[in-house]
Design a protein around this ligand. Structure first.
Ligand SMILES: Cc1cc2nc3c(=O)[nH]c(=O)nc-3n(C[C@H](O)[C@H](O)[C@H](O)COP(=O)(O)O)c2cc1C
Length: 185
């Protein structure tokens, strides 16, 4: 039996919704990434900070540390698109945890502009990992005041997309029933 970790970063809970859908489908351990110093609430301020962090290759320290990451064979990594790139806290996670030899599966939500370079960044930062085809779907658009969009009917729609993707990459067999694993923070 494969041991699965699902790690995600989420500010307005869209990526969290996708993480929960994946968790319902495949089980395993669900963990939310939190930076040590929270990002500003203000959208303009976070955009400016993320841009500075990207320019200087700054890796923000994390409050989250996954104990004994070695025990997992498969690691799902979820994040929103930030500035058409991988959010700095996810770069910190990949820097702090050695995932070599594991299967790494990216997933993403965005405001309509896609993943940008984030999946390519995962591939180059995860040396020695087997990075499978990622999943991406439209989430919120904080810039326009839309925070959690993956709820209600949209959540059901995204669940359908996620299950088809999991089957497509061979993580889920078409007949697999929904099962739930341990949830930890
Ligand atoms: C700092 C910041 C930068 C963002 N940059 C982009 C972007 O470049 N392209 C895009 O489509 N969405 C962008 N977004 C929107 C988020 O990717 C989108 O709302 C996503 O669903 C948020 O996920 P979450 O609810 O899990 O935080 C940005 C959001 C933030 C906070």
């Amino acid at each position: 039996m494969k041991r699965i970790l699902i790690v995600y970063l989420s500010r307005t809970s869209n990526t969290k919704a996708v993480a929960e859908i994946i968790h319902d489908a495949v089980g395993g351990t669900l963990a939310r990434l939190e930076p040590k110093t929270p990002y500003p609430e203000n959208y303009g301020a976070i955009v400016a900070q993320v841009q500075r962090e990207n320019e200087t290759d700054y890796l923000p320290p994390l409050a989250t540390r996954i104990a004994n990451v070695r025990q997992y064979d498969t690691v799902f990594v979820g994040f929103p698109t930030w500035g058409m790139r991988l959010p700095p806290p996810m770069k910190s996670f990949l820097h702090d945890h050695d995932l070599s030899g594991k299967t790494v599966i990216p997933f993403n939500t965005h405001a309509g502009y896609g993943v940008g370079s984030s999946f390519e960044q995962i591939k180059s930062l995860c040396t020695g990992c087997n990075v499978l085809q990622g999943f991406s779907s439209r989430g919120g658009a904080e810039r326009d005041g839309i925070h959690l969009a993956i709820e209600g009917k949209r959540r059901d729609e995204v669940r359908g997309e996620v299950l088809a993707w999991l089957q497509g990459i061979g993580v889920l067999q078409p007949r697999d029933r929904s099962r739930r694993g341990a949830a930890v923070r």
